[in-house]
Design a protein around this ligand. Structure first.
Ligand SMILES: [Zn+2]
Length: 452
């Protein structure tokens, strides 16, 4: 791999880079440029900024940030969770504008398995694939959140049946929501005989098949194994670092496939970072104790006028109906009790949520204090230790550790350029410009980053 990567570095310095005019318009016409976007879910920017300190072996990330441009930090959405952030990556606007405020599409914590925002129909503004299609470009995606039903030419979306016995091993919903015929075409790649094959290996195999067979101009692929390991064992645990090293190897497969193409840009990015947690707090216990949820005979929560969505580092509450007498006071009483446990760093009201580009419909969103995780547990103590150190995200995106990543390599991108810190709303316009599209094809008011 080292030889191949350095070969590209030499090539990059010798061929004339295709310059992008200011404003992000590429000199090359749309249709000539191609773009692969790899989202490594949960990858913190310090994984390529200071891998040695972390004991991380990620030679491909390191090399890409050397031969390309990279950010110190990309500031995620509020909440800093996967679905709102991925919707922002492809639209260039905050959740308040694109409409995907959370991972869950249901505000009812008493419902059985709750649906997620899998469907692109939730987006209120055009996505990058819409802008690319309008310019006559071919588009493809594997496992991209909020893409089910999107106007992509080749799409296997991230979607599962939450009621399935093994929701993440059951591909029925993904097959049903893929582009007609595509799941069958990819079946051998997507359903490998060996159980040892990782999710990411499967996703990259499918993505590379699409890249070579159908020649899309835009290919989006979402890798999830680091996020899973970081949730389970903590962001810097040996398990999580091993998963990230595996992601690095998957990126190497993609890099090897695209590096000979001088019109192709490769962007490796993420949606949010991760922080370590050791205590789990259950706001629904406190809310039920003040009567904002009822209890059925078997102790389960019963819905009244308050809805809720737990999102790890944040917890959102909604009035589903105008609150009855005393319910507002009860809510404040529960919030005071949660604050007394030291689990709450910030209580965000309407004005804060508006300013942060977050869900304007929430009555309140709680931001977790360092070390705490909000769950949807509804019985037992309000706070209890997690069974082992774990990881989470979902807080205000300004929290240290939640910085997301951005690395870009390709024509017109200056080697070694430090892009500094920028908001995640700049990514969409930047990706548009890498395809030769005007950043104005999205609803974003942000500029593309300057790669020169
Ligand atoms: Zn994520």
């Amino acid at each position: 791999m080292g030889a191949k990567l350095s070969k590209h570095r030499v090539r990059a310095s010798h061929h004339t880079p295709r310059r992008r005019a200011s404003g992000g318009l590429a000199a090359a016409p749309p249709g000539q440029l191609r773009l692969v976007v790899v989202s490594v879910d949960g990858m913190r920017s310090d994984f390529y900024r200071r891998p040695d300190e972390l004991g991380l072996k990620a030679p491909v990330l390191r090399e890409l940030s050397r031969v390309g441009a990279s950010a110190d930090a990309v500031i995620s959405t509020c909440p800093s969770t996967t679905y709102p952030a991925h919707a922002t990556l492809v639209t260039g606007v905050s959740p308040r504008f694109h409409g995907v405020y959370s991972h869950l599409a249901s505000r009812d914590p008493t419902a059985g398995p709750r649906p997620w925002h899998w469907f692109a129909s939730a987006l209120r503004v055009p996505a990058l694939w819409d802008a690319a299609s309008a310019a006559g470009l071919r588009t493809a995606a594997i496992g991209w959140p909020v893409s089910a039903g999107a106007a992509l030419d080749y799409n296997v979306p991230e979607i599962w049946d939450p009621a399935a016995a093994d929701p993440f091993g059951d591909f029925t919903a993904a097959a049903k929501n893929s582009t007609a015929g595509l799941f069958d075409e990819l079946r051998e790649v997507l359903q490998p005989a060996s159980a040892d094959v990782t999710h990411d290996h499967v996703r990259v195999g499918a993505a590379l098949h699409l890249w070579e067979r159908h020649r899309p101009h835009l290919l989006l692929v979402h890798l999830v194994d680091y996020d899973t390991a970081a949730h389970e064992s903590g962001p810097m645990s040996p398990q999580a670092l091993a998963a990230l090293e595996q992601s690095d190897a998957e990126i190497a497969r993609i890099r090897a496939c695209v590096f000979d193409d001088r019109d192709t840009s490769l962007v490796v990015l993420s949606d949010h970072g991760f922080v370590l947690v050791e205590k789990e707090v259950a706001p629904q216990v406190a809310l039920a104790d003040v009567g904002l949820f009822g209890r059925s005979g078997d102790g389960n929560l019963k819905l009244k006028h308050l809805g809720a969505i737990h999102a790890g580092g944040s917890f959102a509450m909604y009035w589903l109906e105008p609150p009855a007498n005393g319910e507002r006071m009860a809510l404040w009483k529960a919030v005071e009790r949660l604050k007394e446990t030291k689990a709450v760093a910030h209580v965000l009201g309407h004005t804060d949520l508006w300013r942060l580009g977050a869900d304007p419909d929430a009555a309140l969103i709680l931001d977790a204090a360092p070390g705490f995780l909000f769950s949807d547990r509804s019985e037992g103590q309000v706070v209890r230790p997690t069974p082992r150190p774990q990881g989470t995200h979902g807080h205000l995106p300004s929290r240290a550790g939640l910085e997301a990543s951005f690395i870009a390599v390709g024509p017109g991108i200056k080697a070694g350029k430090n892009l500094g810190r920028f908001p995640i709303t700049r990514v969409g316009p930047t990706l548009a410009s890498l395809l030769g599209l005007s950043p104005r094809t999205l609803a974003s008011s942000e500029k593309a980053v300057d790669f020169e």
